[in-house]
Design a protein around this ligand. Structure first.
Ligand SMILES: [Zn+2]
Length: 259
């Protein structure tokens, strides 16, 4: 049985790609599309065409389709039947709902972890924040956004519940995208600083109120910046529309003006 599943090693180069090659292609395409989404350059409602992506990334349309399906499952893209994949175009209410969920869940997380982190866990968190600072200083915006989200996932892992982790992962993949779309580049700088404060409050175990305050203010602030950015963009859209932009209104944005 194992001989049927595994081919002999590289001595006989096989003409067809192996499963491992397929997996590598999937990961490469997944990483490329994720990074493009986190760059914020793909604006809300932009369609992601299979053919164009396959050409740009030098892979098959099948590989692209698989990756788009995965990103759709993760809610990083919107998949519409017979129409394809689009960059999400959340309403302000949608976004507020996601941040509300994060506050509720992460307040529980902070309460659970408060005063219960091991020395190794605290060290791992601090090390992670150093990576965040490095990415920010080097101007790697996509990495900085990703690492900031990963900080919260690292905390969630420490609560030791797969169920919780997968839920928080989904919420964070949403808010990472919001941040990429609507948060200004400079503002992202305060995240590592705030993450340090969260670690301190959890590690010292002095005051749960303080730990909750720091963690929730952090989320409030992220939400405010994102909502302000989204509202400003909507105003610009509206102004364009009212100033007789009839020729170009809605171009490339299938549902940009729902509200
Ligand atoms: Zn954060």
């Amino acid at each position: 049985m194992p001989s049927a599943a595994r081919k002999p090693p590289a001595t006989t180069p096989s003409p067809e790609p192996s499963e491992a090659d397929d997996a590598n292609v999937d990961e490469r395409v997944y990483a490329a599309v994720s990074k493009a989404l986190l760059s914020g350059k793909l604006r809300p409602g932009t369609p992601l065409r299979e053919r164009a992506l396959a050409e740009a990334l030098g892979c098959t349309r099948g590989a692209v389709r698989k990756v788009l399906a995965r990103l759709g499952m993760e809610k990083r893209l919107v998949l519409e039947h017979n129409r394809g994949a689009f960059v999400p175009n959340p309403s302000i209410e949608d976004m507020r709902g996601i941040y509300r969920a994060r506050r509720i869940v992460e307040a529980g997380l902070v309460t659970t972890l408060f005063g219960n982190l091991s020395r190794d866990q605290v060290a791992a968190l601090r090390k992670h924040v150093q990576e965040e600072q490095k990415a920010f200083k080097e101007g790697r915006r996509e990495d900085a956004i990703k690492l900031a989200g990963d900080f919260h996932l690292l905390l969630a892992q420490m609560a030791n519940s797969e169920e919780l982790l997968s839920y928080i992962r989904r919420l964070i993949s949403n808010t990472e995208l919001y941040k990429a779309l609507y948060d200004s580049a400079e503002a992202a700088s305060c995240a590592p600083r705030e993450h340090e404060q969260i670690i301190e409050a959890l590690a010292t175990g002095k005051s749960l109120d303080k730990a909750l305050e720091v963690a929730l203010e952090h989320l409030d602030e992220l939400e405010q910046r994102v909502i302000a950015g989204a509202a400003a963009e909507q105003e610009v859209d509206l102004a364009t529309l009212l100033n007789g932009g009839s020729g170009s209104s809605g171009k490339g944005k299938p549902h940009a003006h729902d509200h």
